[in-house]
Design a protein around this ligand. Structure first.
Ligand SMILES: [Zn+2]
Length: 278
C-alpha cells in the first residue's frame, strides 16, 4: 500500500508557503554543506601543516646531529691518518654526547669529589708554582685558560698539557661586554681560545669540548645571551660547567687562613658560589 501513500502525497496541493519553506530548507542545507566542507578543509590543512612542521623539526635535528657526527668523525679520521703516533701517546678529548649530563650530575652526587680547576691563566708567575705543587702531590687538574694569555705563555700551556692536566676553554678576552654582545660573540670567543690552544700544542685536532663562561653560565646582566649561547654551544657538542666551591683568591683573599676559611664555607651545600663570612 506504499504506492497509495505516495500518490496521496503527490496529489496534495502545493501552497506558496510550502514553496518558500522548501527554498529556505534548501538554502540551509547548502549553507550547512559549505560550512562543513570549510571545516574539513581547515582541519586537514592544520593537520598537514603540524605534521610537516614536526617533520621539518625532526629533519633539522637529524641534520644537525649528522653534521656534528660527520665533523667529529672527520676529525678522528684525520688524527688516525696524520697523527697516529701522537694519538697513542697524547691525550686528545673526544666528543661525548652524555658529557653535559655527567658534568651536571657531579653537583648532586652522594659522594663528594673535589675537581681542582684553575681559571684565567696561564700566568707567568703563578702557573709554574701551581704545576710544581700538583706534580709533587700527583694531583691532576683542569685549566680553564684564556686564549689571549695562551698566546703570551704558550710554553706554560704546553707544560700543563704535557704533565697530564685537562686543558679547557674560558674564552679569549674575559671582557664581559665583548663576550656577551650576542650568542655568536660567545661562540667566537670559544673558537678563538680553542685556536690559541691548538697553536700552542701544535695540534690542530685538539678540541676541549668544555667551556666555562666568564662570570658563570647564568644570571646577571647577560643572562639572556648566556642562555642562547648555551644552546648554540650544545649544538656543536660543547659542554659548560661552573663551580660550587671557591677559595676566594680571585676576590682578593691571600692568607692561607682566609683561603681555607672561604673554601670551608663554600663547601657547605651543593651550590654556594661565593663566601661571605670568611
Ligand atoms: Zn675567569
Amino acid at each position: 500500500m506504499l504506492y497509495d501513500i505516495d500518490n496521496e502525497n503527490e496529489e496534495e496541493p502545493i501552497t506558496e508557503e510550502m514553496i518558500i519553506r522548501t527554498r529556505v530548507r534548501k538554502k540551509a542545507i547548502i549553507c550547512g554543506v559549505i560550512i562543513l566542507c570549510c571545516v574539513i578543509v581547515m582541519t586537514i590543512s592544520i593537520i598537514v601543516s603540524v605534521k610537516s612542521k614536526n617533520k621539518a623539526n625532526a629533519d633539522l635535528a637529524n641534520n644537525n646531529q649528522t653534521e656534528n657526527q660527520i665533523i667529529h668523525e672527520k676529525k678522528h679520521m684525520q688524527i688516525a691518518k696524520h697523527d697516529f703516533e701522537q694519538i697513542k701517546t697524547k691525550f686528545v678529548p673526544k666528543a661525548n654526547p652524555n658529557a653535559q649530563e655527567q658534568i651536571t650530575n657531579i653537583y648532586y652526587s652522594e659522594e663528594k669529589i673535589a675537581y681542582l680547576t684553575f681559571d684565567d691563566g696561564p700566568s707567568k708567575n703563578i702557573t709554574p708554582q701551581i704545576l710544581d705543587i700538583l706534580k709533587q702531590e700527583n694531583v691532576p687538574a683542569t685549566f680553564f685558560v684564556l686564549g689571549s694569555r695562551v698566546e703570551l705563555y704558550s710554553d706554560l700551556l704546553k707544560r700543563e698539557y704535557d704533565e697530564g692536566h685537562y686543558i679547557a676553554n674560558h674564552g679569549y678576552s674575559h671582557k664581559y661586554s665583548q663576550i656577551y654582545e650576542s650568542k655568536d660573540t660567545v661562540f667566537e670567543e670559544y673558537v678563538k681560545c680553542e685556536n690559541a690552544i691548538r697553536n700552542a700544542l701544535n695540534n690542530q685536532e685538539y678540541n676541549s669540548y668544555l667551556f666555562r663562561f666568564p662570570g658563570g653560565s647564568s644570571g646577571g646582566r647577560y643572562a639572556g645571551i648566556k642562555a642562547e649561547a648555551k644552546e648554540l654551544l650544545r649544538n656543536y657538542g660543547i659542554n659548560y660547567t661552573n663551580w660550587n666551591c671557591l677559595t676566594g683568591d680571585a676576590e682578593g683573599k691571600t692568607t692561607p687562613e682566609a683561603l681555607m676559611g672561604c673554601l670551608q664555607e663554600t663547601m657547605q651545600g651543593d651550590r654556594k658560589y661565593y663566601c661571605v663570612n670568611a
